[in-house]
Design a protein around this ligand. Structure first.
Ligand code: M6R
Length: 604
């Protein structure tokens, strides 16, 4: 995920910016840059890859005395990781850095291009600086031009802008992406998109609210709220612990990533949904021409997201889908036909087994698509097309937010194809899009839920095994719940289709067999309920997850009364993630680095 830093003062501006960026490295990035304005001259450095490349480029640059500067680490969303796409972005005499996505950038860019403005990058960010300079020509003041600029931006953003027109001022705005202003001595100001770059530099900070914007000068911090009312700055003391700041106060990265899901889905959706259609700018419309089948191939959690999506593809896009485990697919001598679109799914884009299957598909002449979280990864470079899931860097070995974003991208892709194939009516597509918009709120962890799961978890630390069971898309979710639990708790867990239990596994049922039953009200409720009753009758200990209270269960976790099974899917996903994590924590395990596992599996 992108990171921002800013500094105004008389200390070593370059060092402060580069140090700040290195504190943001843990978030993941693929290029970086800084712009320093001193004596009305800009010095700008950008580099692709690790920060050391940027440090080398700026090695002989040594500004001393008063300066203002902004810096950025970029995790590519719009456009490849190149120097031209790296921030800061230039207008005529101003630079901008930005986190988030400007949803209406395409329309703004068209208008600016019609006015004769030339764009250098493929990013959404560049529109901000050109828009600002256009407004500057007709506005009475620089701040006025900045205010008019941000009022035209839709989407999520955290922005810093510096301009020769006011060379002792940094302008800022925050909407949906984090931004913090810090100060040490009175005439020194700092900015960062998270606490860590500020620790050890500032004694007090202001956490900006959504809609806040303003400017800082050596003598002033001016903040306005979304209604343009001036706010009194509210300073807080800054934590001194960097690792805990990286974890945002959570105990583990996995926990932070579970909580982040609501926010990252906003990024996943951004710019890709409108009221009545799905738009993947990264896809050529002829990718699906002549395609009669889709083959999804992946490992682990990514395989589970593919399996869940196969139900959506057939149900909504009416296209034949097969799902393959990459390590099996490689050696099964598969029949590959040219009317099949081969889709590899991978958080990292480096998993050896999946990468090899992608090579096989390419060699067989199939069209290929990759769903991936890491731009420029081996799979993204190899495939004909790619869609980035935009989950931001995932540090916990047990994948959580990557899974959520994969399912969301697949759901969108289903509707994209449904439109091409006319398999859903415009009204049905609109309804599905309105459901997609509800995912971020469904993923917010409701008051009391986490405490309840923590309390329940103490009853599930022993036994001879867990069955996670569900039907339809809740079967892959059951597989994913079981994988999460076994990865981090080292307890034996299996995912099973609810209806399949009676064909064998029910023989294991006794009080020491724990069943985690996924019982959505909008998907085969009665059938799933009967399957759970069969287990309850044989005395299995049951934890039911459902919006409808279930009296045959020993434990019950209630989900909300949402209006569609896919929304129930996402709410249950969070619950199985939290339950697995709390069981593992009670067992004393390091859930971020479970034994025997690696984040990226680059060996066969
Ligand atoms: O990077 P990938 O998505 O290709 O990784 C695939 C699996 O190795 C991965 O999902 C693994 O199963 C995770 N540890 C699951 O939490």
């Amino acid at each position: 995920m992108c990171g921002i830093v800013g500094y105004l003062g008389s200390k070593k501006t370059k060092d402060i910016l580069l140090d700040g960026l290195s504190e943001l490295e843990y978030r993941g990035y693929d290029s970086a840059g800084i712009a320093v304005l001193q004596n009305n001259n800009f010095s700008v450095f950008k580099a692709v890859g690790k920060l050391v490349n940027l440090q080398e480029k700026a090695a002989t640059f040594d500004p001393s005395g008063f300066a203002i500067g902004i810096g950025h680490t970029r995790w590519a969303t719009h456009g490849k990781p190149t120097e031209l796409n790296a921030h800061p972005h230039l207008g005529e005499s101003s630079y901008v850095v930005h986190n988030g996505i400007i949803e209406n950038y395409a329309a703004l860019k068209r208008n600016l291009q019609e006015d004769g403005i030339k764009f250098l990058s493929q990013t959404d960010t560049e529109v901000i600086v050109h828009l600002f300079e256009k407004e500057l020509k007709s506005s009475g003041s620089v701040f006025n031009a900045f205010t008019k600029t941000i009022s035209q931006l839709h989407g999520a953003f955290a922005i810093l802008l510096v301009t020769k027109s006011e060379s002792d001022t940094i302008f800022f705005a925050k909407q949906g992406s984090p931004m913090i202003v810090g100060r040490d001595t009175e005439d020194e100001k700092y900015f960062a998109s998270s606490d860590t770059p500020l620790i050890g530099k500032c004694s007090e900070v202001i956490y900006l609210d959504d809609g806040d914007y303003g400017y800082v000068t050596p003598s002033e911090i001016s903040i306005f709220d979304k209604n343009a009312h001036k706010k009194a700055p509210h300073f807080s003391k800054l934590s001194t612990n960097k690792l805990s700041a990286q974890k945002n106060g959570f105990r583990f990265f996995m926990e932070k990533e579970i909580y982040e899901q609501s926010e990252v889905i906003i990024d996943t959706l951004m710019g890709r949904i409108s009221d009545n259609e799905i738009n993947f700018e990264e896809l050529d419309s002829n990718l699906f021409e002549g395609i009669n089948e889709i083959k999804l191939c992946a490992c682990g959690t990514s395989y589970h997201s593919a399996l869940a999506s196969s139900y959506l593809f057939e149900r909504y896009a009416k296209i034949r889908v097969s799902v393959e485990i990459a390590s099996e697919f490689r050696y099964k001598e598969p029949l590959l036909c040219k009317d099949t679109l081969f889709v590899a799914i991978s958080q990292s884009g480096e998993t050896a087994d999946t990468l090899e299957t992608l090579k096989m598909a390419k060699e067989a002449g199939l069209k290929t698509l990759v769903l991936c979280n890491v731009d420029n990864s081996s799979m993204v470079r190899l495939a004909d097309a790619s869609i980035l899931t935009r989950a931001g860097i995932e540090k916990g070995v047990a994948s959580t937010k990557a899974f959520a974003t994969q399912v969301v991208v697949f759901w969108m892709l289903t509707l994209y194809i449904a439109k091409i194939k006319n398999s859903l009516t415009p009204n049905e597509i609109e309804k599905q899009i309105s459901l997609l918009r509800e995912i971020p709120s469904v993923l917010q962890i409701k008051d009391g839920l986490h405490e309840k799961i923590t309390r329940l978890s103490k009853r599930y630390l022993h036994g001879h095994g867990f069955f996670f069971i569900g039907r339809d898309v809740f079967y892959p979710l059951a597989l994913e719940g079981a994988l999460k639990l076994k990865e981090i708790s080292y307890l034996h867990a299996e995912g099973y289709p609810s209806g399949e239990m009676k064909h064998g596994p029910i023989a294991l049922a006794d009080p020491e067999l724990f069943t985690i039953a996924l019982l959505p009200q909008h998907m085969l409720y009665e059938k799933s309920k009967s399957n759970v009753e069969e287990l309850s009758a044989r005395d299995s200990t049951i934890c039911a997850i459902s919006p409808i209270e279930f009296d045959k269960a020993d434990d019950y976790i209630k989900i909300s009364n949402v209006r569609d099974y896919m929304l129930e899917f996402f709410e249950m996903m969070v619950i199985v993630q939290l339950l697995s994590m709390e069981i593992a924590i009670r067992l004393g395990n390091d859930v971020d680095m479970p034994r025997n596992l690696a984040k990226s599996v680059t060996v066969e």
